[in-house]
Ligand binder design. Sequence first.
Ligand SMILES: C[S@@+](CC[C@H](N)C(=O)[O-])C[C@H]1O[C@@H](n2cnc3c(N)ncnc32)[C@H](O)[C@@H]1O
Length: 334
Amino acid sequence: METFAEFQRRRNSEFYSSKGGRIYSSFRTFAHSLKFAEANAVEFAARVRSTPDSEAGRRANKRKGKLRIYEIGVGDGSFALNFLKALRRINSEVEERTTYILWDFSEKGVELAAGKLEGFNFETVVAPAWDWKKMRGATCVKCNELLDDLPTRMLVRRGLRANEVVREGGKFLEVETQLDGEIALFMEGMPEGYWVPAPEMGLECILGWKGKLAVGGWIDVFDYGFADAEGMRMLPRDVWNAAIWREFSKQVTVDVNFAFLKRCVGGRVEPQKDYVERALGKDLWEVDVGGKLDYYSYEEVKKNEKKLEKEGYDVAVLLAGMEKSDYLHMEIRR
Ligand SMILES: C[S@@+](CC[C@H](N)C(=O)[O-])C[C@H]1O[C@@H](n2cnc3c(N)ncnc32)[C@H](O)[C@@H]1O
């Protein structure tokens, strides 16, 4: 018998060690979206211009490579490259002061990513996300679709008791468990019988990274998940329980429980689309075309109507903003 978190950890370490470098180019994420990267660059440039507030910080900040961005779980480095190119275009002086740290537990991923960054200041770290002792003076720590990969506890409220989801003989069962602290309080407010992910490892990472932030530093988490229990109550229990986790080529991912993370570390959670729209100053529509996630402007939606319809979109429904999105952004300041 293994807990859900152990099951996820086992499956994902098998997944990442078995497929070599090929998987790193095939993630269906926003890493390839130029608008997503540009929004991050706009936000970063604006933020570092207005921080830090101390004179010592200002002096340190002028030095080349002094701003340190840690990207944890870099995949094939597409996001890093698109971000740095956008930053150089938007503010080359800030870009020159920036060192980009490519961090992943996969040596292959880091190698692939590093190969893309010639001409930019970068460093590499091959280590698990929770090895934050290797981090120092972080201006910004960011991750895209990392937390959904990390071993996640799965809990269920049954009356006043809490059960833990475990796996035995290829099936999931519930066994009684003891909870304390924030997770016990959080579970009290959860609807009965619903599988509730408790991202304890994700929380540990965020707390560790937070302790390594420089003055004025912040963490950006991008991932899919849920920000409150309302979305949960709207779905029948069995539908929710089947959809909260998924298997892709044996890899196991779980929707990120941003509500729990926010309760424990504070910060701000918003739809990722709002973040990108705010940074770029225009209305955008989230699309999944040719296995790539992206944001289209109104003109791009109109221009690509046929392509979108082939992908199964009803363009009128899309433009009316009726497509639901689970992609969220969480920001945590030092
Ligand atoms: C789903 S991929 C996302 C990659 C990229 N950020 C993107 O958006 O396309 C998850 C990435 O996190 C890395 N990763 C997974 N678990 C990790 C861990 N425990 N520590 C460090 N990196 C991890 C994987 O090697 C992979 O590069």
